[in-house]
Ligand binder design. Structure first.
Ligand code: ARG
Length: 483
């Protein structure tokens, strides 16, 4: 055994680590992939035995040792540069020299890449489930508030009246794309690099498909150099999480603003008070949700800059890339759960919302639309309503503007009742029934479509969970055949 990638006990004897020992080590960070590593070891040993690369008896001894190591947990591992080395050492301690056969036909390079993918897919499924729950919470708000008129804003200025349902569904739809992006990333996470060895394949007649199957991976990453060294799956998963966090930050910001205006009251569970100002109730949880977009963008940036320009094949820079993904998935997953809870428990103040829905002449666009529908060029109608906006924004002001701009009374070309209706925020909302608009019937249609979309995504996530659970059970049965 010679060369720079000689590993395990022998390697540690040759390189003590010296002052850089703890700098080199990923052992404590590897706690996160301890269970994954045990599973990967099991599948590898089963495959080695099936392919006749190691004997069944020694396979059984190694598998039994792995059971004991798993029970003792990560904290009981012997010293090692990382979890892979420490588990191998623990196997050898239990089995004797023969335990060293476990590392036949692989390297820590393909091993760690497999462990990260194995663990990350669980984390992505959890984040996915959180997006589904958030969507459900948003749909519930929408169902309850199809008729709750509220002000809609552009530039944070009152713009046009909408409903709480329309607002909630706007985020449901955005989060549904975040679900889609995470599902898409999942498909590329769930591929097996195992069997690539250090990067250049192996002389042993391994069955890469079999080991992928035992671990519940959908497919094998074929090129051994790519399999061992690529981390684009970390980058794209983190990027998808960053997009989700950006959606969440907008949702949180809206709620913070709405709470400051008395439109909504955040539940006590998601608020805190001030240590000096006794009257304060601050929507702190939502401000923290808003801030997580920064953590996620930091994760993407940390990964991209760590991965950029790395030569083929393995470099230990990759060891410092992984934690960016763990930190991002933890922060964004938690923020999604908190956002869902805050949305589900918030109390909408319908009276304040109704009163404010027409503020700032928010029905102006609807009035201009009405005049245009009655035959005026839209630009002329826009100008006329702008004049009325300066002078009271009511029927009288519109009539005066009509006489000024057109030289004609308003009632000479439009029904006064139609104008009054257009000036009413609720009627204004009801008239905007184009596809995806805020009118109750349009929102009801969107609600139905979103129910179908959500159910289909729940099914997709459940299928993936079942597939990895089935693989876990099947691997357990295979292992039981040896011990
Ligand atoms: N602990 C390393 C990582 O996280 C894997 C070990 C590979 N080390 C090596 N020197 N080839 O990437």
């Amino acid at each position: 055994m010679t060369g720079e990638d000689t590993e395990g006990v022998v390697r540690r004897d040759r390189f003590s680590g010296g002052p850089a020992r703890s700098f080199l080590s990923s052992l404590s960070a590897d706690r996160r992939i301890f269970a994954a590593d045990v599973a990967v070891d099991r599948a590898h040993v089963v495959m080695l035995a099936e392919c006749g690369i190691i004997g069944s008896e020694v396979a059984g001894e190694i598998l039994e040792a792995l059971d004991g190591i798993e029970d003792a947990s990560h904290g009981a591992l012997p010293e090692g540069e990382d979890v892979h080395e420490a588990i191998e050492t623990a196997v050898i301690e239990r089995v004797g020299e023969e335990g060293g056969r476990m590392h036949t036909a692989r390297s820590r390079n393909d091993e760690v890449a497999t462990c990260i993918r194995y663990r990350l897919r669980e984390d992505v499924l959890e984040a996915l489930e959180a997006t589904l729950d958030l969507r459900e919470a948003l749909r519930t708000v929408a169902r309850e508030h199809v008729g709750t008129t509220m002000p809609g804003y552009t530039h944070l200025q009152p713009a046009q009246p909408i409903t709480v349902a329309h607002w909630a569904l706007s985020y449901e739809q955005a989060v549904s794309r975040d679900t889609e992006r995470l599902l898409d990333a999942y498909g590329r996470v769930n591929r097996s690099p195992l069997g690539a060895a250090a990067f250049a394949g192996t002389t042993f007649d391994v069955d890469r498909e079999r080991v992928a199957d035992l671990l519940g991976f959908d497919s094998v990453l074929e090129n051994s150099m790519d399999a061992a060294s690529s981390r684009d799956f970390l980058l794209e998963t983190t990027a998808a999480l960053s997009a989700l966090a950006t959606t969440l930050s907008g949702l949180a910001e809206d709620l913070v603003v709405f709470a400051s205006r008395g439109f909504v009251e955040v539940d006590d569970d998601y608020a805190s008070t001030s240590s000096i100002m006794p009257q304060k109730k601050n929507p702190d949880s939502l401000e923290l949700v808003r801030a997580v977009a920064g953590d996620a963008a930091g994760g993407v940036s940390g990964l991209a800059t760590t991965l950029k320009g790395l030569p083929r094949a393995y470099n230990i820079d990759l060891q410092r890339a992984t934690p960016h993904a763990w930190e991002t998935v933890d922060a964004v997953g938690e923020a999604t759960i908190v956002a869902a809870g805050a949305v589900a428990t918030a109390d909408w103040n319908e009276d304040v919302l109704a009163r404010e829905a027409g503020a700032g002449f928010s029905t102006a666009t609807g009035v201009a639309d009405l005049l245009a529908a009655e035959g005026l060029p839209f630009r002329t109608a826009h100008e006329m309503v702008a004049v009325a906006a300066e002078n009271g924004a009511d029927y009288a002001a519109l009539d005066a503007a009509s006489r000024e701009v057109l030289g004609e009374s308003l009632e000479s070309y439009v029904e006064p009742a139609a104008v009054e209706a257009a000036l009413d925020p609720a009627e204004s909302v009801a008239s905007r029934d184009s596809l995806g608009g805020p009118a109750p019937q349009a929102v009801e249609a969107s609600l139905e479509a979103s129910a179908e979309g959500l159910a289909a995504d729940r099914e997709r996530v459940a299928e993936r969970r079942e597939a990895i659970e089935a693989a876990r059970v099947a691997l357990g049965e295979e292992v039981a055949g040896y011990v």
